[in-house]
Write a protein that binds this ligand. Structure first.
Ligand code: NAD
Length: 494
């Protein structure tokens, strides 16, 4: 017998398959990518002492975009010395008002070159242009605007106290939000009077190097911001350089622990923004269609390359079938492919190494007994891709539930009571973010205060604002970035 539910499902599928989109690629004509990039030290681009370069490739085409300098210890030393000279000569003597003007200028210039930054971010990192254009670049500009506003108001940020900059900040960032992570780091450091040595991730150096060009064009005093490229060894040289007064790191928990060990006993202050394994909790009284959008946004957009991705879904038992059915229908409408196409929802996995990691986790999940559902979409023939994936039939002890996969893979578990889901949600080494979907305000307050995470969204997911602090509990890190709290790691209060 055909039920109403079957008819509705068929109508939904007919509706979704009726929509096919012609390609709508964003033009890359207005973008200039040089064949080779040097290190930005002391306001100039300089060759690395060793003369070594490495290639950065587009993960959607596997074609080389540029050669990028690899900074060795001597280059790191030169960058730190340039930052120290700039600190002593100009930046610590400059009024907050004047520092603010420079930061406002950076913000405005990012807005002026927004399209160029968005296209390069998508080419180098693989994320859909819709996301780099609508999220990464505007949010990066917003962080500079926000912290520019604090530069001459530090007395009000910490009433009754005076602030002193720490000096030279060493900053190391990951590949998932390159321009935005650079903004999270550079903007508060400059606003509080510090100078900077920043290293982007080795797979996504291009927007940081474009930012270096912008900073040069903005006439910042030479050496106030130095941007050097390289991999783990370069990062380690920054961390261990005695001339660096403060470390700000965003990346994996594994590397965060190494950094913490190297800094133990040095007295050097640090902030660590590390991995996550967010629980996204849907109660029976939630608006299901809205929740489905939040789940999709939370784990599939940006290929799951989000530290706070809602990678563990907990559904209350009574609505599990209905919700998972709607989720599968929605997954069939997702467009996976060319990051520069404006219709694309899900772009390329950032690197071959990350692709192997994600596929390895899917295999582990299956070996542990999980059931898999992947959307039926076609994948491009070259580049690094993973179909949006659900893993059901998993339990708390499964590795795919405990460990960060950092890809478009969602584990699904059910629960009966609030106490059960709180227990399960908190049962990982991480504590970065979480989400709750319910009709009841009281339930939001009750559950969110019991989830051990730096941020818990209610009836939404992955919303960011420069005025709001962000950071983790447990192995998700220490310290906060963003908002007033984000100023504190860069100052000594006297
Ligand atoms: P990663 O730790 O491998 O690398 C991050 C950066 O550290 C890169 O620039 C890398 O070159 C550098 N690095 C590597 N080894 C180093 C060492 N020994 N010493 C110093 N620097 C070193 O991380 P990734 O794969 O680039 O990024 C993904 C990770 O970042 C995920 O775990 C994600 O959750 C996390 N992340 C966290 C946040 C947050 O705000 N909490 C935001 C974005 C990403």
């Amino acid at each position: 017998m055909i039920t109403d539910k079957d008819i509705q499902k068929k109508q939904r599928l007919d509706f979704t398959s009726a929509w096919t989109y012609d390609p709508a690629p964003e033009s890359s004509d207005h973008v200039t990518i040089s064949d080779k990039y040097d290190l930005f030290i002391g306001g100039k681009f300089v060759e690395p002492v060793s003369g070594t370069y490495f290639a950065t490739v587009s993960p959607s085409t596997e074609k080389k975009l540029a050669d990028v300098a690899e900074a060795g210890e001597k280059d790191v030393d030169n960058a730190v010395k340039a930052a120290r000279t700039a600190y002593d000569t100009y930046w610590k003597k400059m009024s907050g008002r004047d520092r603010g003007k420079y930061i406002y200028r950076i913000a405005r210039m990012i807005q002026e070159r927004a399209r160029e930054f968005a296209v390069i971010e998508s080419m180098d990192g693989g994320k859909p242009i819709r996301e780099s254009r609508d999220v990464d670049v505007p949010l990066a500009a917003a962080h500079y605007f926000y912290y520019a506003g604090w530069a001459d108001k530090l007395d009000y940020a910490f009433p009754g106290r005076k602030t002193q900059p720490r000096g030279v900040a060493g900053q190391i960032i990951p590949w998932n939000f390159p321009l935005l992570m650079a903004a999270w780091k550079i903007a508060p450091a400059l606003a509080t009077g510090n100078t900077v040595v920043l290293k982007p991730a080795e797979t996504t150096p291009l927007t940081s190097l474009k930012l270096a060009e912008l900073i040069r064009d903005a006439d910042l005093p030479p050496g106030v911001v130095n941007i050097i490229t390289g991999a783990g060894q370069t990062g380690s040289a920054i961390v261990n350089h005695p001339g660096v007064d403060k470390i700000a790191f965003t990346g994996s928990t594994q590397v965060g622990k190494l950094i913490q060990k190297s800094l133990a006993g040095t007295g050097k202050p640090y902030t660590l923004e590390l991995g996550g394994k967010a629980a996204n909790i849907v109660f029976e009284d939630a608006a299901l269609d809205q929740a489905v959008e939040g789940i999709v946004n939370g784990i599939f957009f940006n290929q799951g390359h989000v530290c706070c991705a809602g990678s563990r879904l907990f559904v209350q038992e009574g609505i599990a079938d209905a919700l998972i059915g709607k989720l599968k229908d929605r997954m069939e409408t997702l467009i996976v492919g060319d990051p520069l196409d404006k219709n694309t929802d899900i772009g390329a996995i950032n690197s071959r190494a990350q692709l192997d990691t994600i596929n390895g986790y899917i295999e582990t999940g299956l070996n542990e007994g999980a059931d898999i559902y992947q959307c039926k979409c076609d994948l491009p023939s070259s580049g690094y891709w993973v179909k949006p994936t659900l893993l059901t039939g998993v339990s708390q002890s499964h590795r795919v539930v405990q460990e960060e996969i950092f890809g478009p893979v969602l584990t699904i578990q059910t629960f009966r009571t609030p106490a059960e889901v709180i227990e399960k949600a908190n049962n990982t080494p991480y504590g970065l973010s979480g989400g709750i979907w319910t009709d009841k305000g009281a339930k939001i307050f009750k559950i969110s205060t019991k989830i051990r995470s730096g941020v818990v969204w209610a009836n939404t997911f992955n919303k960011f604002d420069p005025t709001s602090p962000f950071g983790g509990y447990k192995e998700s890190g220490m310290g906060r970035e963003g908002g007033l709290h984000g100023l504190l790691p860069y100052v000594e209060l006297i």
